[in-house]
Design a protein around this ligand. Structure first.
Ligand SMILES: NC(=O)C1=CN([C@@H]2O[C@H](COP(=O)(O)OP(=O)(O)OC[C@H]3O[C@@H](n4cnc5c(N)ncnc54)[C@H](OP(=O)(O)O)[C@@H]3O)[C@@H](O)[C@H]2O)[C@@H](O)CC1
Ligand SMILES: [K+]
Length: 505
């Protein structure tokens, strides 16, 4: 068993792959072996998490996820620990493995109850209600009222929760709760843990999955997943970049930021966004950083950041630069996009540039052309921007973030970095990445501009190769989150401070 940390990459598997693995392994082992292993792993972690529990409440569903819970309860009971089991199943309807665990629990005298016990902070809830057998399709009948009551009890409980395999109600692939099973008040009061069994599931790391799962643990039940192809990877830390002593500013590339609509255009000054992106590129080690503000020349100099060179956008050598376009671009950015899309050697499109593309079929055509020509391009949409580009809704994007990022990447032949909890990085022909770093302190204005500038710096430094955009986006996303993760507690995190804290890589 291991605790999952952002210190190395991990393969993630969808439910179909997990089922195949479960079936092939079960066929090769004595009956009930896998469930006994699942129960042992669950019991071990439960004890480690709550060594002083006066009560372990096992909330068990009617399927094999409940069987894992029954098996773990049996082991703790045998070890003399105080266990209470509530079970939604019946011996007549339970699948064979779960029925066997129920039988063993009955014979061992495990205490079963009709109602959940009351618990204190030192106790533990074990959520074994629903695992990968959750059906997300509209159900002909309502779920068992006890299921809803027990879930609500766990979501509001003072005791920590250990979820077996998945937080109940969460879809393994997408990291979304099915309607009706999400916590009434997201943001749990007590700690949450999830022990993923056999495989790691992508839904634990994106969308609602991060909050639902809490700390993620993994036990492969002694079954290597090497026969299956991952549907995504949880990204590991990028290899440290080595700067040769005999290098110069040209070795790390030029980043040109275009954006920042001026106050006079529509009464909404957005130059700060472009300056944040430029600051990020600068502190992330780009060789030279230029910024072209779309403010009609209102800002004559940058006294706070003299390293950044102010340019008029039409004075930039787009064909030699890594262009970061769109941060605070407002309505002004649309006019520069035809040239930017056609001429930029390497390109990061963010914010209003994405909105402009979504609204204009000609710009969409030019973006697809870049893809066809194999010119490195990264789109960095948040879910609403992705929805606009996909002509869909934010809810549809969030319902399956991996699919949305993959579709968008395929549509434009470029790399897509879909922001949000568990950012997804997708590119044609590549297995998508889910980024493990970052925290809710990034939910403040300007951090997206910092990310765009950082992607620009990493893209500018990448050697010219086919996957430069994908590599740069993955690297930047990991580093951006890691900068927020190492931010000292009690000090507020602003986008400007985040940009200053970036490393040259
Ligand atoms: N076999 C083994 O040895 C091993 C199995 N393993 C474990 O098995 C788990 C998979 O077990 P599984 O396939 O039995 O499905 P599971 O997650 O228990 O769900 C089925 C139950 O959920 C219910 N239900 C479904 N949808 C619902 C909804 N929308 N709303 C409400 N209820 C809904 C459904 O009710 P029904 O519709 O049938 O009335 C049924 O009772 C896996 O996650 C892992 O923990 C692993 O440890 C490896 C070893
Ligand atoms: K569960």
């Amino acid at each position: 068993m291991q605790r999952i940390a952002p210190d190395r990459p991990h393969p993630l598997f969808d439910t179909a792959a997990t089922r195949r693995l479960e079936a092939s392994t079960a066929a090769a082992l004595a009956p009930h072996t896998l469930m006994q292993r699942a129960g042992q792993a669950t019991a071990r972690l439960a004890l480690a998490l709550a060594p002083h529990a006066r009560t372990f409440w096992f909330a068990c569903g009617g399927g094999n996820n409940g069987g894992d819970g029954l098996e773990a309860a049996l082991l703790l009971h045998r070890g003399g620990h105080p266990v209470v089991v509530t079970w939604l199943g019946t011996p007549e309807t339970a699948p064979a493995d779960a029925r066997q665990s129920w039988q063993r629990a009955q014979e061992a005298g495990v205490p079963f109850a009709a109602e959940p016990p009351s618990l204190g902070p030192q106790d533990l809830c074990v959520d074994a209600l629903l695992g990968i057998g959750l059906r997300a399709d509209p159900r002909p009948r309502k779920p068992d009222a006890r299921l809803l009551q027990w879930l609500a009890r766990m979501h509001a409980c003072a005791a920590p929760t250990l979820c077996v395999d998945l937080p109940s109600g969460l879809v393994a692939e997408s990291g979304q709760y099915i309607p009706g099973l999400a916590p009434a008040h997201p943001g749990a009061t007590a700690a949450r843990h999830t022990l993923s069994l056999l495989t790691l599931k992508p839904g634990l790391f994106t969308g609602q999955g991060r909050d639902a799962a809490g700390s993620v643990w993994f036990d492969d039940l002694g079954v290597p997943a090497s026969t299956e192809t991952p549907c995504a990877w949880l990204a590991g830390p990028p290899a440290p970049a080595v700067r040769a002593h005999a290098s110069h500013k040209g070795s790390y590339g030029d980043v040109a930021v275009i954006g920042g609509e001026g106050l006079q255009a529509r009464g909404m000054g957005m130059t700060g966004a472009a300056l944040l992106a430029a600051s990020a590129a600068l502190h992330a080690g780009a060789g030279r950083v230029m910024v072209a503000l779309l403010d009609a020349g209102a800002l004559p100099a940058l006294p706070q950041q003299p390293e950044v060179m102010l340019r008029r956008w039409d004075a930039l050598a787009l064909d030699h630069a890594t262009v970061v376009c769109g941060c605070g671009g407002g309505a002004a950015v649309a006019a520069v996009l035809p040239d930017v899309l056609q001429q930029s050697a390497r390109l990061v499109l963010d914010a209003d540039a994405l909105n402009a593309v979504a609204a204009d079929p000609h710009l969409q055509h030019l973006l697809r052309e870049r893809g066809r020509q194999g010119r490195p391009t990264v789109l960095t949409p948040h879910p609403l921007e992705a929805a606009r580009l996909l002509a869909g809704t934010t809810a549809a994007v969030q319902a399956d973030r991996l699919a949305a990022a993959r579709t968008l990447a395929g549509q434009y032949g470029c790399t897509v970095l879909l922001k949000g909890s568990g950012s997804v990085i997708a590119a044609p022909g590549r297995t998508p990445l889910i980024n493990p770093t970052g925290n809710a302190r990034l939910a403040t204005g300007g951090t997206g501009d910092v990310l765009a500038g950082l992607v620009g710096a990493r893209l500018a430094a990448e050697p010219a190769q086919a996957d430069a955009a994908f590599a740069a986006a993955g690297r930047a996303c990991w580093e951006h989150g890691a900068a927020a993760d190492r931010w000292p507690a009690g000090r507020s995190l602003t986008a400007g401070a985040l940009a200053h804290s970036l490393n040259a890589g």
